[in-house]
Write a protein that binds this ligand. Structure first.
Ligand code: UP5
Ligand code: MG
Length: 195
């Protein structure tokens, strides 16, 4: 089973669109492994002795994208660990956020099978993030950081979605609806690609 390439789905969408929420359900029902690039970066930031901790912290607080070497290193390690344990279906959440990351990952790891694009209006995402910010403890769930995250998403990350759109790999799901309704369309989108 190790010879077989892993299947990777990129789960993209603006801050607060619901990437983590939808991925958690897919793990439960469909046996995917969920790797959130943001979660891996936050873990690395807190790891004692991490050389990248300070840089990760400042990038996240400013809504900037962490240099790809760091993020891809963390993703590669996580994928290798889970593959060694027999996993083959991966949801890579919140990555790639920039074109260079997309190319490097596909060269060094594996081409993605499809992109699940969670499409949500900014006012809905802002409201969700501000609400979550009351309890999340996330350094970037405040009005000022949210504005910066939105700008980075539109300017730098949407071109990645458009690139994959041109290659016929994108399934878009509208996300300003209840979690269950969104999830039904997410499942249908994956089914279309045999996943
Ligand atoms: N919620 C979810 N779905 C809902 C629904 N249908 N109806 C009502 N409420 C819904 O959801 C957000 C909130 O909304 C939650 O409270 C949820 O209950 C509710 P969640 O599922 O967490 O949304 P998600 O899209 O995962 O939002 P998140 O805040 O995680 O998105 P970001 O893309 O901003 O965060 P991420 O962790 O991916 O990245 C953070 C930062 O890390 C980036 O800004 C960047 O600085 C850095 N980063 C990199 O540099 N490189 C990377 O590759 C990745 C991250
Ligand atoms: Mg998330």
């Amino acid at each position: 089973k190790q010879e077989e390439q892993p299947h990777v789905v990129f789960v993209l969408g603006g801050p607060g669109a619901g990437k983590g929420t939808q991925c958690a359900r897919l793990v439960k029902d469909h046996g995917f492994v969920h790797l959130s690039a943001g979660d891996l970066l936050r873990q690395e930031q807190q790891r004692p002795g991490s050389k990248a901790g300070a840089l990760i912290k400042s990038c996240i607080a400013e809504g900037q994208i962490v240099p790809q070497e760091i993020t891809i290193g963390l993703l590669k390690t996580a994928i290798e660990e889970r593959r060694a344990a027999g996993a083959s279906l991966f949801l890579v959440d919140g990555f790639p956020r920039k074109m260079d990351q997309a190319h490097t990952f596909e060269e060094q790891v594996v081409p993605c099978e499809m992109v699940l694009f969670l499409d949500c209006p900014e006012d809905v995402m802002r409201e969700r993030l501000l609400e979550r910010g009351k309890t999340s403890g996330r350094a970037d769930d405040n009005a000022a950081a949210i504005t910066k995250r939105f700008r980075t998403f539109v300017e730098t990350s949407m071109p990645v979605v458009e690139y994959y759109e041109q290659h016929g790999k994108v399934e878009a799901v509208t996300c300003d609806r209840g979690v269950d309704e969104v999830y039904a369309d997410v499942e249908a989108a994956l089914r279309k690609h045999g996943l």
